[in-house]
Design a protein around this ligand. Structure first.
Ligand SMILES: C[S@@+](CC[C@H](N)C(=O)[O-])C[C@H]1O[C@@H](n2cnc3c(N)ncnc32)[C@H](O)[C@@H]1O
Length: 281
C-alpha cells in the first residue's frame, strides 16, 4: 500500500496546514490523507483543521499509550503527559483487578491501564464515569473491548454501590486548571473542549479535593488513587489525600513533563503525611 506522503494530494495538504500555522504540518498531513477516502473528504478534513479544530476531533481518534482512542468533539483529548499517570498506576498496582476511571473523558486512562495490565486476556473489572454525557458515550465505546461499563453522574455518585471498598486503582484526572488561567490556554482547548473538562476552580484543586475526601471509602485495602497536577499543586493535592485518610506520595517526570500525586489506602495513620517523593525520570 502506498504511503500517504506518496499521494499527489499530499503536498497541497502540507501547504494548507502550514499556512494555517500547524507546526507539525507534514505529520498531520499524513494522518489526514490516510483518513480520507477521497479528495472531497480530504478537503473537508483539511478545512476543519485549518480553521483550528483539534486534529483529534477531525480524525475522530487520539493516540494514547500507543493505543487508538476514539474522541468525540467536545470531549477532552487525552494528553501525552497523562501517560505518566498510567505508568505510575501500573507500577503501584500491577496486580489490580478492579479499576475505576473517574472523570474519564474518552476513557483513555482506564483503557490504557487495562491494556498494560494484560486485559482482555486477563480478566479485569473496568468502570468509567463522567459528569458530561458526551464523554460517557465516548468512553463507553472505548472501554467496550474490555467489557467495561460507563456511568454518568457527579464523581462517586455515578458509581454502582457494589464497587465501594473494592477498587484497586482509582484513576482521576480531574480538571486542574485554575479558573483565572482558562483564558490563557491554547485556543484548541479553550474553544473546543468543554469548560468542565478544564476548570478546576480557584486553585485548580476543587474537584480533586472532593475526590480525595471520598476516595478511601471506595478503595480496597492497599488500593490507590492517582491524580495529575501541576508542580505547584502537588503539595496541596498530597495534603488533600492525607486529610482523606490516605498515604500520599508524589512523582514528577521530566520526560512527560508531568506530576502525579498518589494516595494509598494503607498502613499510615490518617494524620501523618508520608514525605513526598520526587521521582525524576
Ligand atoms: C481533564 S479531563 C480528563 C479526561 C480523561 N480522564 C483524560 O485524562 O483524558 C476532566 C474530566 O472530568 C470531568 N468532570 C468534571 N467535573 C466532574 C464531576 N464533578 N464529576 C464527574 N466528572 C467530572 C469532565 O467532564 C472531563 O471529562
Amino acid at each position: 500500500m502506498a504511503a500517504p506522503s506518496d499521494s499527489p494530494l499530499f503536498p497541497d495538504v502540507v501547504t494548507r496546514l502550514r499556512a494555517a500555522g500547524c507546526v507539525f504540518a507534514e505529520e498531520e498531513a499524513e494522518l489526514l490523507v490516510a483518513a480520507a477516502a477521497d479528495a472531497a473528504t480530504l478537503d473537508a478534513l483539511v478545512r476543519r483543521r485549518a480553521e483550528g479544530e483539534p486534529l483529534e476531533y477531525v480524525l475522530g481518534w487520539a493516540r494514547f499509550c500507543g493505543l487508538r482512542i476514539e474522541v468525540d468533539p467536545g470531549v477532552f483529548v487525552p494528553r501525552p503527559r497523562t501517560e505518566f499517570l498510567v505508568a505510575c498506576a501500573a507500577e503501584a498496582a500491577p496486580g489490580a483487578s478492579v479499576i475505576v476511571d473517574l472523570c474519564c473523558g474518552s476513557g483513555a486512562l482506564g483503557v490504557a491501564l487495562a491494556a498494560r495490565l494484560g486485559a482482555p486476556a486477563r480478566a479485569l473489572e473496568l468502570c468509567a464515569a463522567d459528569l458530561d454525557p458526551a464523554a460517557v458515550r465516548c468512553a463507553a465505546r472505548n472501554i467496550d473491548r474490555f467489557g467495561g461499563q460507563a456511568f454518568q453522574g457527579d464523581l462517586f455518585a455515578a458509581l454502582p454501590q457494589t464497587l465501594r471498598g473494592r477498587v484497586d486503582v482509582l484513576l482521576a484526572n480531574t480538571p486542574y486548571v485554575p479558573s483565572d488561567e482558562i483564558p490563557f490556554l491554547p485556543a484548541e482547548a479553550r474553544e473546543h473542549e468543554a469548560r468542565i473538562a478544564l476548570d478546576g476552580g480557584a486553585d485548580g484543586l476543587s474537584v480533586m479535593r472532593r475526590v480525595a475526601a471520598e476516595a478511601r471509602d471506595w478503595l480496597a485495602p492497599g488500593g490507590v488513587v492517582l491524580v495529575e497536577t501541576s508542580e505547584q499543586q502537588r503539595e496541596g493535592a498530597a495534603a488533600a489525600f492525607v486529610a482523606g485518610g490516605l498515604e500520599a506520595t508524589a512523582s514528577s517526570s521530566e520526560e512527560f513533563w508531568a506530576t502525579v500525586v498518589l494516595g494509598r489506602r494503607g498502613v499510615a495513620s490518617a494524620g501523618e503525611c508520608t514525605p513526598i517523593r520526587t521521582k525524576p525520570e
